[in-house]
Write a protein that binds this ligand. Structure first.
Ligand code: GLN
Length: 491
């Protein structure tokens, strides 16, 4: 078997059994990155030398008998997570040359556990987008079809996992940015409960919605990664003060009696028929394994999109105020301080980021605050309560992840509303602060992957991971690989 196609848990077995070293593993991935990144643009920064140094240290630790779930494992990091000494751009020209002096907590925990950081992956600028086309640097291509987007905003991480450019990757999810690219690239994507993983060092977009998540080759790997990065953190007061359970240990393959709710509002006209069919077939598979399936209703689903864009842009407008040319990154000197702010932000931010700062500033301005922001917060509470009521009767809610498979690069780039609709099935999870996972459940006629979303109660990651893992024990959608060499012949 090729080293680069190993899952995280297979890599760990191989490392422990001394079948290969961490240095050999890192070399295999770095070689592949250098072969394919030109065609995919999944990475913004490749961390060649440091990765090999980390791999050498991991090999020494392994030789000394140490063992952690990610010791020596090659991991990619979305470039919105701060990495000590390694450029962190957030996909924005305004941070093009920014090198943080600290690690995000999720990164620090992986580092302490001996992971090898292959590099930083591409994203929509400040994680604002659904296609990774809003990056200030490059457009990432979907490994299944290079003319299509990988989804977003964690499109670089999703493409990297799908193309075997890393064992697993970290992403972030504010309204769907782990699950939607996972779906469009045919990988597994876990969005954790708000508070489960520290947000410290994650460059903030919408602080009440942001979460750090995992893109992986299967649910077992997602469970392993969450076990390492999860748990309370004194540096993030919104993280919940409890250690992460051993999620991987809870994967027993058993979904007998698991109550699955299927909300009728998530099967709506406009959804690609093949997507709805594959998702329904996935739910049937879980029923065949012993789950109990029932239809449910989440009536406020239809208003979630405007509520999300009101809250996310309001929070973004406040969070992005810090990029002023004084403290971080780019500075374009003006005649005076205000002129410097204007020039710096005018030159450093892309169009979508500017659009959102304007929308958010408007929503928060005197006179409109009550009409828009406060109202949106009230409806958010209704959405949250609806989920709580639904979860009184069911353990898991099953839906599509994205209404369509991967769309063409450029297809929605000039139509923000169409782009915002790409997250219609994912953003309720963030508004409610619950957890969700995207698992591959089929392909459309064009050979593009389809994802099934399993939503769980707050802090029920163990439940959705167990269901996802059970599903993957009986299906092989997640093991299919894009035909990379054929796709790129002559490119
Ligand atoms: N596409 C959504 C947005 O642009 C979600 C992005 C995300 O989850 N970071 O806001």
């Amino acid at each position: 078997m090729k080293l680069s196609s190993l899952t995280l848990h297979e890599a760990r077995e191989g490392l422990r059994a001394r079948q290969f070293s961490s240095v050999e593993l890192a070399r295999a991935f770095l070689t592949r990155i250098h072969e394919l990144n030109g065609a995919l643009n999944a990475f913004i920064t490749v961390n060649d030398e440091e990765a090999l140094a980390q791999a050498r240290t991991a090999d020494e630790r392994i030789a000394n008998g140490e063992d952690t779930p990610v010791l020596g494992a090659p991991i990619a990091l979305k470039d919105v997570l701060s990495t000590r000494g390694l450029r962190t751009t957030a996909g924005s020209r305004i941070l093009e040359n920014y090198v943080p002096a600290w690690d995000a907590t999720s990164v620090a925990r992986l580092r302490a556990a001996g992971a090898v950081f292959l590099g930083k992956t591409n994203l929509d600028e400040f994680a604002m987008g659904s296609s990774t086309e809003n990056s200030g640097f490059q457009v990432t291509h979907n490994p299944w079809d290079r003319t299509r987007v990988p989804g977003g905003s964690s499109g670089g991480s999703a493409a990297a996992v799908a193309a075997d450019l890393c064992c697993a990757a970290l992403g972030t999810d504010t309204g769907g940015s782990v699950r939607q690219p996972a779906s469009l690239c045919g990988v597994t994507g876990l969005k954790n409960t708000y508070g489960r993983v520290s947000r410290y060092g994650l460059i903030a977009y919408g602080s009440s919605l942001d979460s750090v998540g995992v893109l992986a080759k299967d649910a077992r790997d997602a469970a392993i990664m969450l076990g390492v990065i999860g748990g309370g953190d004194p540096l993030d007061s919104t993280s919940v003060d409890a250690p992460a359970p051993d999620y991987a240990a809870g994967l027993d393959g058993n979904v007998r009696g698991l109550r699955i709710g299927v909300p009728r509002e998530y099967f709506i006209p406009g959804t690609q028929t093949e997507v709805a069919d594959a998702v329904r077939a996935g739910i049937e598979q879980l029923r065949a394994l012993g789950a109990v399936v029932q239809e449910i209703s989440l009536p406020s689903t239809g208003v979630a999109l405007p509520v999300y864009y009101m809250i996310a842009t309001a929070e973004a407008s406040a969070n992005l105020a810090r990029f002023d040319g004084v403290r971080y990154g780019l500075r374009v000197q003006g005649a005076d301080l205000i002129d410097t702010y204007r020039r710096t932000r005018g030159a450093g931010f892309g169009d979508e980021v500017k659009r959102r700062i304007m929308l958010g500033t408007y929503a928060l301005s005197a006179g409109y605050y009550d009409a828009y922001y406060i109202r949106a917060q009230k409806v958010r509470t209704l959405i949250k309560q609806e989920f709580e009521r639904a979860f009184a009767d069911v353990d898991v809610i099953a839906t599509p992840v994205s209404p369509t498979t991967a769309f063409k690069i450029g297809e929605k780039a000039d139509d923000p509303i169409q782009m915002y609709l790409a997250d219609i099935f994912t953003l309720t999870c963030n508004l409610a602060g619950i957890c969700g996972i995207s698992v591959p459940c089929g392909f459309d006629a064009a050979g593009l992957p389809i994802g099934l979303q399993l939503l769980g109660k707050a802090f029920d990651e163990n439940v959705i991971l167990r269901a996802a893992d059970a599903y993957q024990r009986h299906t092989n959608w997640h093991t299919r690989k894009p035909m990379l060499s054929l796709t790129y012949q002559g490119c």
